[in-house]
Design a protein around this ligand. Structure first.
Ligand SMILES: Cc1cc2nc3c(=O)[nH]c(=O)nc-3n(C[C@H](O)[C@H](O)[C@H](O)COP(=O)(O)O)c2cc1C
Length: 412
């Protein structure tokens, strides 16, 4: 199927031929309000190169084929793809690869040596395809254009790579520098800066936090290769294209080194009968009284990918839940495990931690949580347990905990 769709031109001879996924609200545990799968067609003399493709599904590929058709019509050429560059194996960038190969079986597929078996495992019909495996320093010259490949192992899968279109200065960075946004516009400059930066922050927090050391190494390599000055545009595989690449490169440096940390505390809690809610609100007031910005997440409403977006820029993280069966109300375990997996405090960036919650008899929930947060690398300040429904004195203790944490934050 082909859906009639325009292919926006992002530079001379270079078109966006990806898919706008208006409907997606969840992607591997990440909440979003739509996203885009960015694929690009590059024309050079009488040849054409396709970079990445889209999520599996007829409606997605119909949109992609419509844009590809439109791009060829705009060029006044018959549809023929001569080379395929596959920067990453994951399905949201490779889901249409089998049908592209079926239509253009002579087009070799350029990818990393690790990507080749991964692609064949996903799409067994590619076993007969011509693969060209490439590493950092390898290039593909098509007409007047040169594509330089840069290995991006573990940014964010072992098979990942970047493709740099040298003369145009466009870095096709795949997931790196991406954002889950589904907009009519394609460029960063066409949407409010705050919106695109917030989406990039959420993407970084959820996908790149544990890879921070590798990311810093890669950024250094880019500088050493003299690429930084040459990058005029960054075209990631999700969301807006960066026409001001330094904006997002600097943001990545700040998120990776902790420069981003603000006088901000992220407070995440849940409750059964609302006593722990009282505590959370009172602790927040204590923090606010000292000029600290509070990001509050109530786990009945909010989910983990939003919580960790705020943890990224916070100096302190407070987790609160009531005691249940001598341990904790379990919704907090999801955030706890995720925070541990993302290694927020193992990347050399100090973050304070505290726990709190209501209990009925033996208590122990906050204490148990405290140990888990300490194991995850947080520098624990305190844990506060209040029996059943907090009274005025109890609420003052909560307020004081907020003040104490705020003071420790200021000494960091
Ligand atoms: C099923 C259930 C199990 C509980 N287990 C414990 C427990 O093991 N130890 C304890 O101190 N309190 C226990 N409690 C009591 C709660 O921790 C207490 O009611 C607390 O005030 C609830 O806080 P919340 O209002 O924030 O939900 C339990 C409550 C329920 C409903």
């Amino acid at each position: 199927m082909i859906m009639k769709a325009k292919a926006p031109k992002i530079a001379e001879g270079i078109y966006f031929v990806g898919t706008l996924d208006w409907d997606r609200r969840e992607y591997h545990g990440y909440t979003l309000h739509g996203t885009s799968y960015n694929a690009f067609l590059v024309f050079s003399e009488d040849k054409c190169v396709l970079i990445d493709n889209v999520y599996p599904g007829e409606v997605y590929s119909a949109q992609m084929w419509g844009r590809i058709k439109d791009a060829f019509e705009d060029q006044g050429k018959e549809m023929k793809i001569d080379y395929i560059i596959q920067n990453h194996v994951e399905k949201d960038h490779s889901g249409a690869l089998s049908e592209i190969h079926a239509k253009f079986p002579d087009a070799p597929i350029y990818c990393t040596p690790i990507a080749k078996p991964g692609l064949i495992k996903h799409y067994p019909d590619l076993a007969d395809a011509e693969f060209v495996t490439v590493e950092t320093g390898d290039t593909l010259t098509v007409g007047k254009k040169t594509f330089a490949f840069l290995d991006a192992k573990m940014l964010h899968w072992p098979d990942s790579m970047f493709t740099f279109l040298t003369d145009d200065g466009i870095l096709f960075s795949n997931d790196a520098f991406g954002q889950h946004l589904c907009k009519v516009e394609r460029l960063d400059s066409e949407v409010p800066e705050e919106e695109v930066m917030e989406a990039a922050q959420k993407f970084y927090a959820n996908l790149l936090t544990p890879l921070t050391p590798l990311l810093l190494k890669k950024l250094n390599e880019v500088v050493e290769l003299g690429l930084l000055e040459k990058i005029k545009t960054i075209a990631p595989s999700h969301g807006q294209i960066w026409t001001n690449p330094m904006k997002i490169i600097e943001a990545y440096q700040n998120w990776a080194t902790g420069v981003c940390q603000k006088e901000q505390a992220t407070l995440i809690y849940d409750t059964m009968h609302f006593s722990t809610q009282y505590m959370a609100h009172a602790i927040a007031e204590g923090l606010i009284s000292q000029g600290v910005d509070v990001k509050m997440h109530f786990l009945k409403e909010d989910e983990r990918s939003e919580c960790v977006k705020d943890i990224l820029e916070s100096k302190a993280v407070l987790l609160g839940v009531p005691t249940l069966f001598n341990k904790v109300f379990p919704s907090i375990a999801d955030v706890l495990l995720y925070t541990e997996e993302l290694e927020f405090s193992r990347t050399g960036i100090k973050r304070l931690g505290a726990t709190f919650g209501s209990y009925g008899w033996g208590g122990n929930g906050p204490k148990w949580l405290n140990g888990k947060m300490a194991d995850a690398g947080f520098e624990m300040v305190d844990n506060l347990e209040i029996n059943y429904v907090p009274n005025d004195d109890d609420l003052e203790k909560c307020y004081d905990l907020g003040v104490k944490i705020a003071k420790e934050m200021k000494e960091m």
